[in-house]
Design a protein around this ligand. Structure first.
Ligand code: PLP
Length: 388
């Protein structure tokens, strides 16, 4: 071929780096187009088959590597990445539900999951019904012939009730209904979803896996190939992709995740114990504390707790007073999410979020970050003084 012009040289290079490069950090592969060796290779390629590559959307070495590492944490065999935790939830619903089907969700479910259920009910001919998270094996009474999926989550990420997951999964299995577990709170560390009987385990990697409060991603993990294939079909049809840099950032977070989780856990228990002794606080909704519904279930099934818990204030405090307490905190940012290094605080209006909520006092959720717990307690103490 003729010598290439500068313009073409800017695009085509003959250089190939030597093979055999080894490093702990996996490479970051950016790609929409994936190149095929020849036409025959293109024709025989299968997007579903992770032994090869077809298009950036269906995976690169970076995303395949992250998927394998995430599946291993849960003891699963297959993993699909989604652009956010909520996108992972939507992938599961769209893969497994069709018009005429019924889905059950716990009344304390992650609120956007509830919103998606309502949308499916309103516009897609699916019925979404909400069950008492403490129902246990009583869920068997709710199954209809068209019930296809049960969502489970423990604890609820605001109200913190710990559901009896083994009982819910056993009842579902007996009725041939699939269980999808949102295991974001336990991160596959304090509880492994397949051990309690879930068929599908979903994570918001946005939280502990990332650990940086700087990206959004979700994962859907399964053990059975046929179930993974149904999910993968929805993944393809919905066009879910994740950026290579974000996938790499999650992998960078994984080696320290367990240590971070344990540090969050120890610090959160210290802060929660301090709050428990305060006269302003009516209840500490932390699964390791007896105030928390499902505490005994947590003790039986979980090995840890992480950094997230809620408190219910004494009923004498008004919303304006609670808001002033939240505003007075200096080390706690006012914001959604959790699992990052920074402590966060969020007041919730439970009566608006739940079909039934009996506590008269107002609820505030705390995410205990990685700051010094003594300094967090001092911050809470000065903010509580505003309530006097
Ligand atoms: C944050 C969260 C999600 C959603 O994750 P995003 O990445 O923010 O969409 C889902 N479930 C639970 C329990 C969560 O905490």
């Amino acid at each position: 071929m003729k010598k290439k012009s500068v313009q073409t040289c800017l695009i085509h290079s003959d250089y190939t780096p030597p093979g055999g490069f080894g490093a702990f950090s996996p490479g970051i592969h950016h790609a929409s187009t994936v190149l095929f060796e020849n036409v025959a290779a293109m024709r025989s390629s299968q997007w579903k088959d992770k032994s090869g590559y077809t298009y950036g959307l269906h995976g690169t070495p970076t995303t395949f590597t992250l998927e394998a590492r995430l599946a291993a944490i849960e003891g699963g065999s297959h993993c699909l990445l989604a652009p956010s935790g909520l996108a992972a939830i939507a992938m599961i619903d769209f893969a497994l539900l069709k018009s005429g089907d019924d889905v059950l969700l716990p009344d304390n479910v992650y609120n956007p999951n509830r919103e998606l259920g309502r949308w499916l009910s309103q516009d897609f001919g699916v019925t979404a019904r909400f069950y008492d998270p403490m129902i246990g094996d009583g869920i068997a009474q709710l199954f209809q012939p068209n019930t296809k999926l049960v969502w489970a989550e423990a604890p609820g990420s605001v109200s913190m009730e710990v559901a009896d997951l083994p009982a819910i999964c056993r009842a579902a299995k007996a009725h041939g209904v699939l269980v999808a577990l949102d295991n974001t709170w336990a991160a596959g560390l304090a509880l492994r979803g397949f051990d309690v009987g879930a068929d599908i385990v979903m994570h918001a990697l946005t939280k502990y896996q990332s650990g940086g409060a700087d990206l959004l991603m979700g994962a859907v993990i399964t053990r059975e190939r046929a179930l993974n294939d149904r999910l993968a079909q929805a993944h393809m049809r919905l066009g879910y992709g994740v950026g290579a840099d974000d996938a790499w950032l999650v992998m960078r977070g994984l080696p320290t995740m367990k240590l971070r989780f344990e540090a969050h856990d120890a610090s959160a228990r210290r802060v929660a114990a301090w709050l428990k002794a305060r006269p302003e606080i009516a209840k500490v909704l932390h699964p390791a504390f007896e105030d928390c519904p499902g505490h005994a279930t947590w003790k039986r099934d979980f090995s840890g707790a992480g950094g997230l818990f809620s408190v219910v204030f004494d009923a004498r405090y008004t919303q304006a007073q609670i808001d002033a307490f939240v505003d007075a905190l200096a080390l706690f940012g006012i914001g959604y999410s959790w699992g990052g290094p920074n402590s966060l605080v969020m007041p919730y209006s439970m009566k608006a979020m739940r079909s039934r909520w009996d506590d008269a006092g107002l609820l505030v959720r705390l995410n205990i970050g990685l700051e010094d717990s003594g300094e967090l307690i001092a911050d809470l103490e000065q903010a509580l003084a505003r309530l006097a």
